[in-house]
Design a protein around this ligand. Structure first.
Ligand code: ZN
Length: 148
């Protein structure tokens, strides 16, 4: 095997997690959902790519133990990028587009021993900036060992 090579899974599919936001801005912890999908794949070591196919939502990995951290991040983003402003976009949700661009629409999390490698305080958050809406997150798993 070439060092660093990755194997696509046998079924080679993109998997999806559905997310339902309930507020205009909201961080939703999807760590356990991602871990459940990972378990289904059977990947032991490799990488999970997470991708948000939306223009007004994003994804981040950050503090999951203390919800006030999510509150503080959202509050600062809302102060820096207010809902109303000198925006030209007619849909009226430019602040959500800007926040999505700043936070980013993809993350990669490494996998070891069949688990996502996350620090004690880390969680994966879907970041809603223009809710409430039905959303989804695309997941692509790659294994560095050929699966049986
Ligand atoms: Zn828009």
């Amino acid at each position: 095997m070439t060092a660093g090579a990755f194997f696509l899974l046998e079924d080679d599919v993109v998997r999806y997690i559905n997310v339902k936001s309930r507020a205009r801005t909201e961080f939703i912890d999807i760590t356990e959902k991602v871990q459940e999908v990972l378990k289904e794949t059977g990947v032991v070591t490799g990488v999970c790519h997470l991708y948000v196919p939306h223009t007004t939502a994003a994804i981040t990995v950050n503090e999951g133990a203390d919800p006030t951290v999510q509150r503080d991040i959202q509050a600062l983003l809302n102060r820096l990028i207010p809902f109303e402003g000198d925006y030209h976009h007619r849909e009226g949700n430019s602040s959500a587009h800007i926040k999505a661009t700043i936070v980013g629409i993809s993350q990669s999390v490494l996998i070891d021993d069949g688990r996502l490698i996350l620090g004690t305080w880390q969680s994966i958050f879907f970041c809603e900036f223009d809710g409430p809406r039905h959303r989804r997150v695309a997941l692509k798993f790659m294994s560095d060992k050929k699966l049986p």
